[in-house]
Ligand binder design. Structure first.
Ligand SMILES: *[C@@H]1O[C@H](CO)[C@@H](O)[C@H](O)[C@H]1NC(C)=O
Ligand SMILES: *[C@@H]1O[C@H](CO)[C@@H](O)[C@H](O)[C@H]1NC(C)=O
Length: 512
């Protein structure tokens, strides 16, 4: 309506002068025409639907009728422009021709004119100016009907409801479709059955666990920062390298301050992996264990912009020369880990594992509302209940769990949560982190928890094996006894035995 108001002010002056040439309706046709239209009564530009039936035909209440003159409704000027016409010789109304063929072949948007074939983007959908053959023949926008990743109505529903978290728009995600969000922002395949079958380690649980825990506080300066995978479905590479880097850092406290390169694993672990279209975690860990990875400094991440993995620039047997980044390649800066192990899907066991050994890798189902998470404790809102499956598509994603905590709600309830690190940059969520309900296997986050130890030299490997054995057997953790270690090293048979046992327990990994 305000648009009409502005038009009125702008056009009143010249309007009156042109009346002489206009056709007029007879006085017997006075009455509410435009005034009785439902919805918008007066319309801007050309709008062939902005009409009212009259004498077996249509009269119009759009500005376009002004230029054709004879097909404006009798009360158009008065009702739409507030101009009282001076009634001169009334002419009998003869209306035979339909609206004159359009001279302005245009679609209109926000007052601007567009040619057929021109288009604009509305969130994730493209709208194109097209000619509709009618009747009435008209120029209008035809928009694609994809489900968008960011949906304003969903944001509103989450923020109006009491879900314990808030949602917001993200410019990096705006304009993407939900299927593309799943394809390019997630990227972890459901675990293969041999990993699911992998016997989880048992953790001894006679301890009282703290109410809250944060790896960043227990191991300051060691835990990897938030990364951004960009438009590449490589959470499999990001979560694996981040958990491995964290754990290497914890193992070699002080000596190791590197970030392992997701690009390395993404570009080089291409066998039976799908790069930016997703990957398997067990295959990633296998690569990390057998080939090892260089650091981020040596092989920086670039797939976030290109959405492709590019060529592998660090050959498996590379020993000298330069890194992809140009710095000198150093063999000893290629890190390996032990095989991964699963933690049982039990809240306390996961907590204990994090507290003792560092962040773990978790795989979970990302539902359609998760992308818009801004802060709070996430729990699936299910606001699309009743919509078609198109609106409720899900995907698998992997992240790091760094710790846990509790929060009191206004109602006085206590909500337990996991503290997780996502790989969508620091603008997303709570500075790149998110919290999710703990102890309820929300979105399956507790189902597939994986950890591994760093592997560098023999001595470390021994310690790791001892630790693993201890955890596996549920024996009490004793602080490292170097004398025992030395004795054990001498005792090669026993050692071999150990290794055999170790291998046995990770048979499923070896099979790959
Ligand atoms: C009505 O038509 C006249 C002459 O074609 C034009 O100058 C004027 O701007 C039009 N009025 C509106 C409201 O567009
Ligand atoms: C969301 O953010 C984008 C980019 O910043 C912006 O163009 C768009 O209008 C926003 N959408 C809503 C509903 O606020």
């Amino acid at each position: 309506m305000s648009g009409v108001g502005i038009l009125l002010v702008l056009s009143l002056g010249c309007f009156i002068g042109t009346w002489g040439q206009m056709w007029e309706w007879g006085p017997d046709l006075e009455g509410p025409w435009c005034a009785k239209r439902r919805g918008e009564q007066c319309c801007d530009d050309r709008d062939d639907y902005c009409s009212v039936p009259i004498l077996g035909t249509e009269c119009y209440c759009d500005v376009f009728c002004n230029s054709t003159a004879y097909d404006c409704c009798p009360d158009y000027w008065e009702h739409c422009h507030g101009v009282v016409r001076e009634r001169t010789t009334p002419l009998p109304f003869i209306y035979t021709t339909p609206r004159i063929p359009v001279t302005t072949n245009n679609c209109v948007r926000n007052g601007a004119l567009f040619q057929p074939g021109q288009s604009y983007q509305e969130n994730c959908n493209e709208c194109k100016c097209e000619v509709f053959s009618g009747p009435p023949r008209r120029f209008d926008w035809r928009c694609s009907q994809s489900v968008c990743l960011i949906r304003p109505q969903l944001i509103r529903a989450v923020n109006d409801g009491r879900y314990g978290w808030t949602a917001s728009n993200y410019s990096a995600l705006w304009g993407m479709t939900l299927p593309n969000g799943i394809k390019y922002r997630l990227g972890t395949f459901p675990l293969e059955s041999n990993v699911v079958r992998m016997t989880p380690l048992k953790v001894r649980l006679d301890e009282v666990l703290p109410e809250s825990f944060d790896s960043r506080q227990k191991w300051p300066g060691v835990i990897n920062p938030i990364r951004d995978q960009g438009n590449c479905g490589a959470s499999w590479a990001f979560s694996t390298t981040a958990v491995a880097s964290d754990r290497l850092g914890i193992e070699f406290m002080g000596d190791y301050k590197e970030q392992l390169s997701p690009q390395h694993i993404l570009s080089c672990n291409s066998d039976r992996q799908e790069g930016c279209a997703g990957g398997f975690l067990d295959r990633a860990w296998y690569y990390l264990r057998r080939r090892g990875l260089v650091t981020e400094e040596c092989y920086p991440y670039s797939s976030g912009r290109t959405s492709t993995i590019g060529e592998c620039l660090v050959a498996p047997r590379k020993r000298q020369g330069n890194c992809p980044s140009g710095i000198e390649f150093r063999m000893e800066k290629r890190y390996k880990t032990t095989p991964p192990y699963r933690i049982r899907p039990l809240e306390r066991e996961i907590m204990k594992e994090i507290m003792d050994n560092g962040p773990v890798q978790a795989t979970f189902t990302v539902k359609e509302d998760f992308y818009m998470y801004r802060g709070g404790i996430y729990r699936y809102s299910d606001t699309t209940r009743g919509e078609t499956s198109e609106y409720r598509q899900t995907g698998y994603h992997s992240v790091r769990i760094l710790g846990w905590g509790v929060e009191r709600t206004f109602e006085g309830d206590i909500v337990k949560y996991w503290l997780c690190a996502n790989s969508w940059g620091t603008d997303w969520g709570e500075n790149g982190y998110f919290r999710i309900v703990r102890g309820e296997n929300e979105c399956e986050i507790e189902s597939y928890i994986v950890g591994a130890f760093g592997k560098d030299n023999r001595r470390r490997r021994l310690i790791n094996q001892r630790r693993l054995n201890r955890i596996r057997d549920g024996r009490k953790f004793r602080s490292l006894n170097l004398r025992r270690l030395r004795r054990r090293r001498k005792n090669r048979n026993k050692n071999k035995n150990n290794r055999r046992r170790f291998k046995k327990s990770h048979k499923s990994v070896k099979k790959l």
